[in-house]
Design a protein around this ligand. Structure first.
Ligand SMILES: Cc1cc2nc3c(=O)[nH]c(=O)nc-3n(C[C@H](O)[C@H](O)[C@H](O)COP(=O)(O)OP(=O)(O)OC[C@H]3O[C@@H](n4cnc5c(N)ncnc54)[C@H](O)[C@@H]3O)c2cc1C
Length: 495
């Protein structure tokens, strides 16, 4: 008889592990508390507009495609990616803009024009970072740390040293590039995974290098199209998805996972994969102290969390051709902005990001309209020194609107809004069970990375696996996909 696997949560890591396992002959059932799959890669629809809930920037599309290809189909029949050029536009407080492009010659020339000498620093940065990327990929990201000796062995420790990761991303970059605006342009990306470039380990300088190498792509229909592609393939292979169903507990017999409980219904299985946010799962789904191990509620609550975001999804009854698909706007003092986010204050002059897929995709907004998604990094709920009351939400919306109205084509935006909704940190906590509303999960500090991050194979129980942003290797869609892939291979070793 086929082995039964239960997956809790349909985030991208849950879908990836479920699909791979179903393909390999297991009977997989996936439980999701929401009414659609994807988790943070969800979708918001209203008044003819379609918005991606969370992720928008597709990096390394080959990683996305590989999951589908593994199941024997042509990924292009399920999802279409288009490279974007420019990848994104950055606008500084003084109005200066720089377009990030994969055209290396142009990028290098533009940097050199701004500040002579930058070309050499930029090329050296790419060269050195590429080496680190290879080491990180081969020895840390694509490897599951099951036991102590998987990490504490001469080869891995030597490779860890090669990553020179003790410095911060921003400081590392400043050794290559002196121009402050370019420094910002090549270091803000740590915010993609919810950490400050001033504090986040230097390894995350690989993000802009990866963008330059592989480009930034757009998935037709939006990022949610990828969750739908995985869902479609999973169902084609006979996988079962149960929506609108919250799992209440993972059940154990003598520290061996035996199934799950949904209200008073018990469902048995040969293994359980948890894609729900690891800290949330530990505090809520795992009741047995022996299985919690060191992850007591106190320990979980004291761990370091990534920042959160304030999101506005705006349907606009007009076109704004001055926008690119991805647009980043810096406020006045980026250092202060970062300090505020990570010390619990609502930033008073924040950097923000606008995503406008309707620039190139007619399926996401009515003809002649724009779908505009606005993201502002804000503190997660543990650090926040304020509460998200309706008044705070409205005031913050007005603050960001005031900034947006200074942009070309958006001066009269308020007269053209015919759809508006938001997601705040408490919404991420309530709707997606993200602990403290930390949108990118546990922070990837050194003490919470690689061997030290919660593991794909739970150390305190058999047949219990974790896939998702808060476990190894970490947050971001390609990395969460990798987490699902690692879980798939670990389950196959045991079950
Ligand atoms: C606003 C935002 C912007 C982002 N931008 C990007 C980007 O541009 N590019 C990029 O690569 N990454 C981006 N990310 C990060 C990326 O979206 C995440 O790292 C990734 O989607 C997380 O996937 P996951 O598998 O960890 O699960 P999640 O998406 O967290 O899904 C977990 C699922 O488990 C379900 N669940 C929880 N508990 C239970 C339960 N008890 N029973 C049943 N179901 C349960 C939840 O409802 C949820 O659906 C962004 C994230 C956010 C929030």
């Amino acid at each position: 008889m086929k082995k039964q696997i239960l997956v809790i949560g349909s985030g991208v890591a849950g879908l990836t592990s479920a699909l791979r396992l179903q393909h390999d002959g297991y009977t997989v059932t996936l439980y999701e508390q929401r009414d659609h799959v994807g988790g943070k890669m969800g979708q918001i629809k209203g008044n003819g507009y379609t918005f991606d809930l969370g992720p928008t920037i597709v990096m390394m599309p080959h990683i996305y495609k590989e999951v589908l290809a593994y199941t024997g189909v042509n990924p292009d029949d399920y999802i279409q990616f288009t490279p974007l050029d420019p990848m994104y536009r950055i606008t500084f407080q003084d109005g200066e803009t720089i377009d990030a492009t994969t055209d290396l010659e142009k990028m290098t020339y533009d940097f050199e024009q701004r500040t002579p000498g930058t070309a050499q620093g930029f090329l050296s940065y790419l060269n050195d970072t590429y080496t680190k990327y290879q080491v990180a990929k081969d020895h840390f990201i694509e490897k599951s740390f099951r036991k102590r000796t998987d990490f504490y062995n001469p080869k891995t420790l030597w490779n860890a040293l090669k990553l020179k990761t003790f410095d911060s991303a921003h400081h590392t970059l400043s050794k290559y590039i002196k121009d402050e605006k370019i420094q910002k342009m090549l270091s803000f990306q740590t915010l993609y995974i919810g950490i400050s470039p001033k504090k986040g380990p230097s390894i995350y300088t690989i993000i802009p290098m990866i963008e330059t190498l592989y480009g930034v792509h757009y998935a037709k229909g939006g990022m949610y199209a990828y969750a739908q592609a995985l869902e479609r393939r999973f169902k084609e292979l006979g996988g079962k998805i149960v929506l609108n169903t919250r799992v209440d507990e993972v059940l154990f017999d003598n520290q061996v996972a035996k199934g799950i409980r949904i209200k008073d219904q018990i469902i048995e299985a040969d293994a359980v994969v948890v894609n729900a946010d690891f800290p949330h799962a530990m505090n809520n789904l795992i009741k047995d102290p022996k299985v919690k191990g060191k992850y007591t509620e106190e320990k979980i609550n004291n761990m370091a969390y990534s920042c959160s975001v304030f999101l506005m999804y705006i349907g606009l009854k007009k076109k704004v051709p001055s926008l690119k698909v991805h647009n980043l706007y810096f406020g006045g003092d980026f250092d202060q902005n970062l300090d505020e986010i990570f010390s619990g204050t609502l930033p008073h002059d924040p950097a923000y990001y606008i995503y406008s897929p309707s620039q190139i995709d007619e399926t996401v907004a009515p003809l002649g309209h724009e779908a505009i998604y606005v993201l502002v990094p804000v503190p997660e709920l543990k650090t926040a020194t304020f509460t998200w009351t309706d008044e705070i939400k409205e005031n913050y919306k007005q603050k960001i609107f005031a900034k947006m109205k200074q942009l070309e084509g958006l001066e009269d935006m308020e007269e053209h809004i015919d759809f508006y909704t938001t997601m705040t940190p408490p919404d991420f906590e309530a709707d997606l069970s993200a602990q403290f509303g930390a949108t990118f999960g546990l922070a990837p500090t050194l003490g919470q990375s690689n061997y030290f991050r919660p593991k794909n194979v739970h150390p305190y129980a058999k047949k219990l696996y974790f896939a998702g942003s808060s476990v190894h290797p970490g947050a971001g869609v390609p990395i969460a996909i990798t987490s699902g892939k690692l879980v798939h291979s670990e389950v196959k070793k045991d079950v």
